[in-house]
Design a protein. Structure first.
Length: 268
């Protein structure tokens, strides 16, 4: 067989480029069909197999035990649980600036220039879109996510994780659609969706410890001043410091997903 229309797996362009191999996402969990598609991708007659190993990921609601078992029977490994926390802003008084309202607790570290990009903004300004972050700072932040799902996957080498994270960070900084609040050595990025501020990334370098609480306070105040009804963030349950930080600052657990990875050909 030299061709198959994949219905359970969709190739992810960004991850494929970042890892230098074909990377697929499970979008439909039909165990028998998924088994056939994985066998096809592993077949010597598959065009993919001539390009070397491939990777795939999948996510299920954490309570879907049978779905998790189905994936693990097909060779997927469970790498982490990703809880989503929500801060309800309804009923709060609207702030009039981007500065924090009240106090936030200190968390410690949490988890090419684009055309038209601005320089790194100063703390206290409004969120910005596309910006230019110096390469050395990109490198430092890229290494600052050991609890990401790729950091928890034993089949992903550290250099691969950091390269993937650096590309993600570069895309985030270059995007006008992803808003950023920054302080020296720290930032939070987020998107606006369905009346919520959806946190994308939070990074606080060791020398900027304490900045995460200020950034979260600024984000919460800004979101409230714009009439948004909530702030959402997803992290990894293994990142206990981040989970405790969000809970101590009023976030409540809303849901959780289990993340699974498969890598043909094993670890590098």
């Amino acid at each position: 067989m030299t061709h198959m229309d994949l219905t359970c797996l969709v190739r992810q362009e960004f991850d494929s480029e970042a890892f230098g191999l074909d990377f697929y996402r499970v979008v439909r969990l039909d165990p028998e069909a998924l088994k056939r598609e994985l066998s096809f991708l592993s077949s010597p007659t598959s065009p993919t197999s001539r390009c070397g190993p491939f990777m795939a990921d999948a996510k299920t609601p954490v309570q879907d035990i049978e779905g998790a078992k189905s994936l693990m029977r097909l060779g997927f490994g469970k790498v982490c649980v990703q809880p989503t926390y929500v801060l309800d802003l309804s009923g709060r008084p609207r702030a009039t600036s981007g500065e924090p309202v009240g106090s936030m607790r200190t968390p410690g570290a949490a988890s090419g220039a684009p055309s038209g990009a601005t320089e790194m903004p100063l703390a206290g300004e409004e969120p910005v879109g596309a910006i230019e972050m110096p390469g050395a700072e990109l490198d430092a932040h890229a290494a600052n996510f050991p609890f990401s799902r790729f950091g928890l996957d034993p089949s992903v080498a550290d250099f691969e994780r950091i390269a993937h994270q650096r590309r993600w960070l570069a895309n985030t900084m270059a995007s006008a659609d992803i808003l950023k609040l920054l302080e020296p050595g720290a930032f939070v990025s987020f998107k606006l969706k369905d009346g919520a501020a959806m946190i994308d990334l939070v990074s606080v370098l060791p020398q900027a410890r304490g900045s995460g609480s200020r950034l979260l306070g600024r984000l919460t105040a800004w979101a409230g001043s714009r009439g948004l009804d909530r702030v959402e963030v997803t992290t990894e349950s293994e990142n206990i410091a981040a989970c405790l930080f969000y809970q101590k600052n009023g976030f409540r657990l809303a849901r959780a997903t289990a993340a699974f990875h498969l890598r043909s050909g094993g670890a590098r």
